[in-house]
Design a protein around this ligand. Structure first.
Ligand code: TEU
Length: 556
């Protein structure tokens, strides 16, 4: 495998709106990120992904871009951004922007021009169709945020346009070479500026089944999940290859795709040696327990299901490339609140979950706040359902017959706002995030869970994450963690999540994913204990006794 500059890094996702507010307007900003670069460096971070900071009406929190070439004044200026690139470079931190090119905002000038003249050049940048009241729609696809994916074109009662996400996020017509050329030009503009690469949003959606047609309805609304369409769509590779050849390859850019619905045999095309992307997120664990009926019907995975999904992803990518590993992002519940059983979420179990994820093969991404063990929102407030996904989920749940309380409880767990609450810097007002009123309330647990407290305590979750990143980036074991093989260990032993990383050394990584102790046979004698989330380890000649949620990293 050809070595790449990004292989040995640990990446970190910033959700700028909720990171650090330096102006007092309740919204995080670029100067806040600048202030914390040293903090991130100290944490061992080498790649930073910023969720969107482009100009946007923020209908979908920046995933609706109205100008790809400018920074939204809410977040700062282009000068701030240039300074961020420069300061990050000094610290050997690569910056990634979010590339949102399946759709733009309805406030983008392309869409405005398309509305002004649907038959002109910009009409071809979108999917616009003639339609008259009473006629069937071109297809019955359900938009991700609920309802039909067709909406009347503003100013044209006899025309409609396609939006797979919110109606204020019109889909871009990738079949049009002029549109594609315009996007590549924009991508190159950012890369020429010194950007290291991109996280690529919802990219699988760019290829539509054409001509539009219905798929089997999967809910009582008579609509069909986009998933059916994606499974039937062929030819996305031509677009992705063209994009890579026109922009990414020549810049040696790092790209990580948000790919939920890739076809089973497509992994090598996506992230293999000359793949479309450098990496893509492993969402095998993310989608566990989800059903097409809606959030109200979703259930949480057991530790065994979680382990099986990780092992499957590891097996699949082993000889192909590197997945990017996460336990959460800005669209998911907090990983500790989702994968650890209720009542068993504590610092020991949080360290175990983080350790299992960060030491797997692949590129680890830490989502802001994960390194201090931030949790889901604890008690309901407006913020839990005040986001597009949960808002629709709530409506669907009520339609399915759940009571208001039952529906709220479900949304509380899955609301995307769980991970979007402000970063908890310290125990002062608003967790030190803002001197004003935060755009989204701070999690009520901030007095107990905050960075300042954890920085001063050697056995904190934060200090444990530092040790994890150190093992991967700067220790004598670095190459084994980065390039070594991954082999499940005692996979059949219930609630034991263990694997071997083998390279120059042999390392056993093991977590006891339950409250009860259990014994684990050793493959060989322990040469060194590299990490342990408890003060001691019950080691005998051929086995170790692991306490509840104990996590150990052993050279054997
Ligand atoms: O998410 C894309 C996407 O497919 C999601 O709907 C995903 O299935 C779901 O969130 C999983 O819980 C991306 C962004 O990450 C998200 O924040 C945006 O809302 C969306 O694209 C539209 O740009």
């Amino acid at each position: 495998m050809k070595k790449k500059w990004w292989h040995g890094k640990v990446a970190y996702q910033i959700y700028p709106k909720s990171f650090l507010d330096t102006t007092g307007n309740g919204i995080g900003d670029l100067r806040g990120i600048l202030q914390k670069l040293d903090y991130l460096k100290d944490l061992g971070i080498g790649i930073l992904w910023l969720s969107p900071i482009y100009c946007s009406p923020l209908v979908d929190q920046g995933y609706d871009i109205s100008d790809y070439y400018n920074i939204d004044p809410l977040f700062g200026t282009m000068d701030d951004f240039n300074e961020l690139l420069e300061e990050a470079k000094k610290r050997d931190i690569a910056i990634l922007m979010d590339l949102v090119i399946n759709h733009c905002s309805d406030e983008h000038e392309w869409f405005k021009k398309a509305c002004a003249d649907p038959d002109g050049k910009y009409g071809q940048y979108f999917y616009i169709r003639d339609w008259h009241e009473g006629e069937p729609l071109p297809c019955n696809w359900r938009s991700y945020f609920g309802g039909s994916c067709w909406e009347p074109l503003p100013g044209h009662p006899d025309k409609i346009y396609l939006h797979l996400f919110h109606k204020r996020q019109p889909d871009l017509n990738w079949e049009n070479p002029d549109l594609r050329a315009e996007l590549y030009q924009m991508i190159n503009w950012w890369l020429d500026k010194g950007l290291a690469g991109f996280r690529i949003d919802a990219i699988i959606n760019i290829k539509k089944v054409l001509p539009f047609r219905d798929f089997p309805a999967d809910r009582e609304d008579g609509l069909s999940s986009i998933d059916h369409m994606l499974a039937a769509a062929d030819g996305i590779g031509d677009f992705l290859k063209e994009m890579a050849e026109n922009s990414f390859y020549s810049h040696d850019a790092f790209t990580v795709g948000e790919v939920f619905n890739a076809k089973d045999d497509a992994l090598a095309d996506f992230i293999g040696e000359n793949g479309y992307f450098s990496s893509m997120f492993d969402f095998k664990e993310t989608i566990l327990g989800r059903t097409p009926l809606g959030i109200y019907d979703w259930s949480r995975p057991t530790p065994e299901q979680y382990k099986t999904a990780v092992f499957e992803a590891q097996r699949e990518m082993a000889n192909i490339g590197f997945y990017s590993n996460i336990i959460e992002n800005h669209d998911q519940p907090r990983g500790v609140s989702h994968y650890l059983p209720d009542g068993e979420i504590n610092e020991t179990s949080k360290k175990m979950l983080g350790g299992l994820s960060l030491l797997s093969r692949g590129l680890p991404f830490i989502y802001q706040g994960q390194e201090i063990g931030m949790e889901n929102i604890h008690s309901w407030n407006k913020s839990a359902t005040d986001e597009l996904g949960a808002k629709d989920g709530f409506k669907v749940a009520l339609e399915a017959g759940l009571t208001r309380e039952e529906a709220l409880e479900k949304m509380m767990h899955y609301s995307r706002n769980n991970t979007r609450t402000p970063f908890q810097w310290d125990a002062t007002k608003n967790a030190g995030f803002s001197s004003g009123t935060p755009w989204l309330p701070v999690n009520s647990d901030y007095a107990a869970i905050n960075l300042a407290e954890q920085q001063s305590r050697p056995d904190s979750v934060f200090q444990f994450y530092r040790k994890l990143t150190h093992l991967r980036t700067a220790s004598p074991y670095r190459d084994t963690f980065v390039y070594g093989t991954f082999t499940p260990y005692l996979a059949e032993q219930k609630n034991l999540f263990a694997y071997l990383r083998e390279g120059e050394q042999t390392i056993l990584v093991a977590g006891n994913f339950q409250n009860e102790p259990q014994t684990m046979k050793l493959p060989a004698k322990i040469k060194a204990v590299l990490l342990n989330n408890l003060p001691e380890i019950g080691a005998l000649e051929n086995e170790v006794r692991l306490e509840g949620y104990q996590f150990v990293v052993l050279e054997v």
